[in-house]
Design a protein around this ligand. Structure first.
Ligand code: NAI
Ligand code: MG
Length: 359
């Protein structure tokens, strides 16, 4: 075995799309002679919470630390456990404890997919959003004073550290350096937010000399969101603070079609801890149990995981298989209803795994 993977299906459609993802990963592994070993865990789910009153066992950290990566479905079942409990009790623990300080989301219009932006072809939209995942605007420093009086005041601080800013910028620069367009865009708002954002800009500029091949530009966040919609072809790698990155990393994939297609990765680039790969979507209680969830986001996450584990060719092959099957269209391939097809999760997963074997 080369890599041990912890599999956490979670709730709802997470349990339906994860098996499809594993099938595609297994097909890719055998095609490329990779030894992947999967262990599946039932925690981080509403069912586990019902049985144990917690989302995770007390030894979860030791358990997961032994793995090279975590392949995650979705967590959340609001009928049984409040969303803030399920999220803070599981996924956010993983991200923080394992210092997954990069949240990476590819935004790519795939062939055969009708995105919401009229007239866009695959190739017009092909960029990645790199979000800072541990500090910035999402700090817990602040509070309320004079509560209930006319002087009532609330305050919440943004925290940027040199280490925290530089490490996510370095990751983004390195991505830009290895992609064909060698272009990095930084999200800022240094006109209005006059202390932290100029610091962010300064660190972007300070690192530029180390990556002479990378073209760098910056946009204020308000202009940037407009340009995601108006000119998605302008972007290659987009790096942003926690809050701006949160917004961009939902908007970006939304410009490329259904939620069911979008993957994401929570990465610890130093590999001191396992990284976590999960689709952007949640547990989708409205369609769970019917076998019609789109497995592509989950399968694409598997491709990102292979890339992270050091197998770029296998990763590209798997993504190519996804693209081929989507390009066949809903009459030739068992595409799921969100892609105007009549296929099931299992059928689409099978078709992609088959394509991995034959392409
Ligand atoms: P959601 O992403 O589960 O669903 C939003 C809409 O998109 C629904 O109409 C759903 O049917 C559709 N959809 C989502 N994934 C799809 C797929 N693969 N194929 C076809 N259609 C798909 O978001 P929602 O409804 O706001 O949240 C449901 C639960 O999931 C909540 O408990 C929430 O906290 C949790 N959640 C978990 C996330 C995670 O595990 N990272 C992320 C987002 C939500
Ligand atoms: Mg979000």
């Amino acid at each position: 075995t080369q890599h041990r993977i912890a599999v956490i299906p979670g709730d709802g459609i997470g349990r339906e799309v994860v098996p499809a993802g594993l099938e595609a990963l297994e097909a890719t592994a055998s095609r490329f002679g990779l030894g992947l070993e999967f262990d599946t865990f039932d925690f981080a789910s509403a069912e586990y919470w019902q049985r144990h009153g917690t989302m995770l066992p007390s030894d979860w950290e030791e358990t997961l630390r032994g793995y090279d990566a975590i392949y995650f479905g979705a967590v959340g079942w609001p009928e049984v456990v409040p969303d803030h409990v399920s999220l803070w009790g599981s996924l956010l623990q993983f991200r923080r404890t394992f210092d997954q300080y990069v949240n990476l989301r590819p935004c790519r219009l795939l062939p055969g997919v009708r995105g919401p932006l009229a007239g866009r072809e695959p190739g017009d939209i092909d960029f990645i959003v790199v979000r800072e995942n541990t500090e910035g605007e999402y700090s817990s420093i602040g509070g309320r004073i004079f509560e209930g009086t006319e002087r009532e005041t609330v305050l919440q601080e943004t925290v940027m550290t040199r280490v925290g800013v530089d490490r996510v910028l370095r990751f983004a620069y390195e991505q830009a350096a290895r992609r064909p367009k060698n272009h990095l865009t930084s999200a800022t708002k240094s006109n209005g937010i006059s202390i932290t954002m100029p610091y962010w800009d300064e660190r972007v500029a300070a690192m530029q000399g180390q990556f002479p091949g990378v073209r760098v530009d910056k946009f204020h966040i308000d202009a940037l969101v407009a340009n995601f919609v108006l000119h998605p072809d302008w972007f290659d790698v987009v790096v942003a603070s926690n809050l701006f990155g949160d917004i961009l990393s939902d908007l970006g994939p939304a410009c490329t079609g259904t939620l069911g297609l979008a993957p994401s990765a929570n990465i610890n680039p130093e590999r001191d801890h396992p990284s976590l790969f999960e689709p952007v979507h949640g547990s989708a209680p409205d369609i769970a149990g019917r076998g019609i969830a789109n497995p592509v986001g989950q399968i694409w996450c598997g491709s990102m995981m292979l890339d992270h584990l050091g197998h770029p060719e296998a990763a590209a092959h798997l993504l190519g298989a996804i693209e081929d099957v989507l390009a066949y269209g809903p009459t030739e391939a068992p595409l799921t209803p969100d892609l105007q097809g009549k296929g099931t999760t299992a059928e689409l997963g099978q078709a992609i795994a088959d394509r991995v074997r034959t392409r």
